[in-house]
Design a protein around this ligand. Structure first.
Ligand code: SF4
Length: 420
């Protein structure tokens, strides 16, 4: 719509959403009508949007819109939105320029640009626009003094905030209503891993990029160091590994200590974090009760795997780690299918079958993702032997408990394992 009363006018441009980590940048190009200026009462209320409360900003936004819709409007404006995909593609500075260019272009369809006096833009980006005959004037400190810039800023900000509030409904955990996407502590806490990055995040922004490039944590239950070498080497590239030692099945204590010492030594060499759980061997004997004399890989071993996996799953839940797995499936002496079925049991949310009391947090309702990787495949067992030989790592010659098929005491009846 052309305005015949419009003689010489100035256009004022401001933006909102340059700094937030998500969603669009919004620009507003605005011109007051010199032939029908807004009344003094409205002008006296307009202030720097940062100094206004949200409620006051919204009230002024409504009024500015109302004044722009009169038959002889007091102001003309246009808003343009450039989304996060474009921001990631061309960078925020260029996206901001594009939002301003389109807002100016659309405003030129409402008012006659041949009568244009000057275009003033908040900031010091020195953009150039082919739709303007004269280059715009960039104002740096005026924004604390110019009512037109404040008005453009109120419109851009409230417009953006209103749309952001709609996204807040989609992502309640993000608390968007409190920070509108700015880099707050709350927003950082929300971005705990890749899965939290939404389609409205600006992927090119450093904090979001950092999360995308970060490796997810993985709790790796270690049954013994020789079996752990290949899993650690293979998983290290894609996960931040935390090794978890829970093996009260190992007897005697001297042997347990020896294996534990090797575990710690290699964790330190490999620079991986580790956790050592207590040696509650009574729990082990309780869990395999009545099955002690079954052969290896049979019932006693099922209960033994089960005990260690249950504790590992609980630890993963307590630490808030989604991914977990175990080195139990490296050795060719273990029943892989049996272990996979147990892992499924402990990964569900939470397992109804747990032996652990509620006080140990077994009600923590986090769905875990177990990595079903057969580490023994592709020469895994052979690679682990090579690694332990190279680094002079102790390799045990029996599984762990006194009922192991190859436990030394079984071979030599004269020697009791208690005297070991
Ligand atoms: S043989 Fe090994 S897996 Fe089986 S119960 Fe003993 S320690 Fe556990």
């Amino acid at each position: 719509m052309q305005d015949s009363n419009f003689i010489k006018y100035k256009i004022w441009v401001d933006e909102a959403g340059r700094w937030p980590w998500l969603w669009s940048v919004v620009a507003c190009a605005l011109a007051f009508n010199p032939g029908n200026m807004p009344d003094k009462e409205l002008l006296s209320q307009i202030n720097d949007s940062k100094k206004l409360t949200e409620k006051k900003r919204e009230m002024l936004f409504e009024k500015l819109i109302e004044y722009s819709t009169w038959e002889n409007p007091s102001l003309f404006f246009w808003v343009w939105v450039v989304d996060n995909y474009v921001i990631d593609e061309i960078n925020i500075k260029q996206a901001n320029r594009e939002a301003m260019r389109r807002a100016l272009l659309e405003l030129s369809r409402k008012i006659d640009f041949s009568n244009l006096n000057w275009v003033f833009i908040d900031g010091n980006d020195n953009y150039k626009f082919d739709i303007l005959e004269k280059p715009p004037i960039f104002i740096i400190e005026w924004d604390s003094k110019v009512v037109e810039i404040w008005a453009a800023s109120i419109i851009a900000k409230v417009f953006r905030d209103k749309l952001t509030s709609q996204y807040a409904l989609l992502y309640p955990d993000l608390w968007l209503e409190n920070h509108k996407g700015y880099g707050t502590k709350k927003h950082s806490e929300y971005l705990s891993d890749k899965s939290k990055v939404t389609w409205i995040h600006r992927l090119s922004y450093k904090p979001v990029k950092k999360v995308l490039e970060s490796k997810p944590k993985l709790l790796l239950h270690i049954c013994c160091w020789p079996d752990a070498t290949v899993p650690i080497m293979d998983l290290k590239n894609n996960y931040e590994i935390i090794c978890f030692w829970y093996d009260p099945n190992i007897q005697p204590k001297k042997e347990y200590d020896k294996r534990l010492k090797e575990f710690i030594k290699v964790c330190e060499i490999e620079k991986v974090e580790y956790i050592v759980w207590e040696y509650d061997f009574k729990n082990f004997f309780e869990r395999i009760k009545w099955f002690e004399n079954t052969p290896e890989k049979w019932e006693k071993c099922t209960h033994c795997y089960d005990m260690r996996l249950e504790r590992s799953a609980l630890e993963a839940r307590k630490l808030g780690i989604k991914y977990w797995t175990s080195t139990l499936n490296t050795s060719p002496h273990k029943d892989l299918e049996k272990m996979f079925s147990l892992w499924d049991k402990w990964s569900i949310n939470p397992s109804p079958l747990t032996h652990l009391p509620e006080s140990e947090g077994n009600k923590l309702s986090k769905k875990l993702d177990f990595l079903k990787i057969a580490f023994r495949k592709n020469g895994g067992f052979k690679r682990s032997v090579e690694y332990t030989t190279k680094h002079k790592i102790y390799r045990q010659n029996y599984c762990g408990c006194i009922y192991s098929d190859t436990f030394p005491w079984k071979k030599n009846n004269k020697k009791s394992w208690f005297s070991w």
